[in-house]
Design a protein around this ligand. Sequence first.
Ligand SMILES: Cc1cc2nc3c(=O)[nH]c(=O)nc-3n(C[C@H](O)[C@H](O)[C@H](O)COP(=O)(O)OP(=O)(O)OC[C@H]3O[C@@H](n4cnc5c(N)ncnc54)[C@H](O)[C@@H]3O)c2cc1C
Length: 475
Amino acid sequence: MIDVIVAGGGPTGLMLASELRLQGVHALVLEKDAEPTSVVRSLGLHVRSIEVMDQRGLLERFLAHGQQYEVGGFFAGLGKRWPDRLDTAHSYVLGIPQTITHRLLNEHATEVGVEIRRGCELVGLSQDDHGVTAELADGTQLRSRYLVGCDGGRSTVRKLLGVGFPGEPTRVETLLGEVEVAVPPETLAAVVAEVRKTQLRFGAMPLGDGVYRVIVPAEGVAEDRSVPPTLDELRQQLRVFAGTDFGVHSPRWLSRFGDATRLAERYRTGRVLLAGDAAHIHPPTGGQGLNRGIQDAFNLGWKLAAEVNGWAPEALLDSYHTERHPVAAAVLDNTRAQTELLSPEPGARSVRRLVAELMDFEDVNRYLIEKITAIGIRYDFSEGHELLGRRMRDVGLKRGRLYELMHGGRGLLLDQTGRLSVAGWTDRVDHVIDVSEELDVPAVLLRPDGHVAWVGDDQQDLLNQLPRWFGAAVG
Ligand SMILES: Cc1cc2nc3c(=O)[nH]c(=O)nc-3n(C[C@H](O)[C@H](O)[C@H](O)COP(=O)(O)OP(=O)(O)OC[C@H]3O[C@@H](n4cnc5c(N)ncnc54)[C@H](O)[C@@H]3O)c2cc1C
C-alpha cells in the first residue's frame, strides 16, 4: 500500500510529492510523458512562490538560474512601477523558464526521496473506505491510501471523479513559439511597438542568440489544442497583424493556448484530491497558474501528510478546499478582468486608461500587485490579529532568519517572551525563543506552510489553538 499517489509530474505534482516526503510520507509520482516537455509556458515566479522556495531552502538554486526583475506591469500589462515597500523580503519577480523550474523541482523531489515513474498514464480509479485503486494504461493496478490529481487542465482524475468544472470555454486562442527572425532587432521592435498600440496579445520578446518568444492571436479556436501550430500558421498570423512575418524560421518549439476559465466544484472527493491546473484554469495573464499550483501543493502537503501520519485533527484535510478554492476563484476573477483590459475594443480601452490612472494611487497599485503576487491572501481562521491567516514574511532574528528555520516543514512557535511552551506537540512543532526587530507581537504560531495560526502571549490561549492545527497532545 503506497501512502499517496500523485498523478502528474508537473510543477504542482512535484512540489506536492516533495512536501509529503518531507513529512516521511511515501509519495509516488506517475507521469504519463516519458520525457519533460521543451515548451516553455511560465516565465517566472512571483513573490509568494519565491518565499515558498526560501522556506524550503531551495531559493539559492532558483536564484542561480533566474533573473530578478524589480518591475511592475504584471496587472494586465499596465506598465506601472512596483509599489514601494511590499511586505516581503523578496520584492522582485524571478524570471525563470518553466522548463528550468520543472527541472529544479524534479531534482528536489528526487533528493528528498520521491519515487517518480515516467511513461505511466493513469486511466482509471476507484476508491473505498480504506484506499484508492489506480489503473495505469498498461493495465497495472496500484493501491494507495490517497491519490491527488495534479494532472493538468484536462485532468483525467477530475473527469473520473465526475467533479464539475464550470466556467467559460476558450473564446480566443493565441499562437506562441520560440523562433529565429531574419530582420534586425530595431526593425522588429519598432513593428511590435506599433502593433501593440491596438493589439496587446501580440509580442516578440528577445531571448538571446537571435531567438524570440513570439505571441500572436490565432485565426480561430483549434479543435485540439494539444496539436501545435505549424510554422506556416504562425507566419500567416504575423502577416495578418504586423504586415510582415519577420522571416521567422528555425522554431525551437511552437504551441497554442486559449482563455478558458474554469474552477473545479470541489477539491476533495473522499480519498482523492485535486491541485494545480487540474483544479483551476485561466488565461496566463499576470503569470499566476504555475505559482498557484505550487502554492496549492504547499497548502495541501502537510495536511495530507498529517492525515497519513495519523495526527490530523478532524477538519484539517477539508480546510484545503475551504482555503484554496476561494483563492482560485479570486484568481479566475482577476484574469477575467485583465482579459477585458487587454481587449482592443474602444470601451475596454477607456476602462484600461481609467484603471491605469487609478494605479497611480499607491494603495491601488499595491492592492493589485499583492493579488498577483499572492502575498495579500488571508485565510479565514477567525477574527483576531491582522496577521492571523496571512502568510508570515521572512524576518531577521538574533540568530539568523525565520525562513531558515522552516526548511523541515514543521510547525513553528516563534516566541519573543521566552515564557511559552509547546510541550505535547514537540514532535510536530518547533519552539524557537528569539527576538526580531521586525516583529511587534510577543509570539506567533506558524503552520508548516508559513501561515499565522495564532498570535499572542497567553499560554492557555496557545493551548486552545495548537490542537486545531496540530492535533492532540502526546506524552
Ligand atoms: C502560454 C502560457 C504561459 C504561462 N505563463 C505562466 C507564467 O508566467 N506564470 C505562471 O505561474 N503560470 C503560467 N502559465 C500556467 C502554467 O504553465 C500552468 O499553470 C502550470 O503548468 C500548471 O502546473 P500543473 O503541474 O498543475 O499542471 P501541468 O504543468 O499541466 O502538469 C500536469 C502533468 O500531468 C501529466 N499528466 C496528465 N494526465 C496524466 C495522466 N492521466 N496520468 C499521469 N500523468 C498525467 C502531464 O503530462 C503533465 O506533466 C502559463 C501557461 C501558458 C499556456
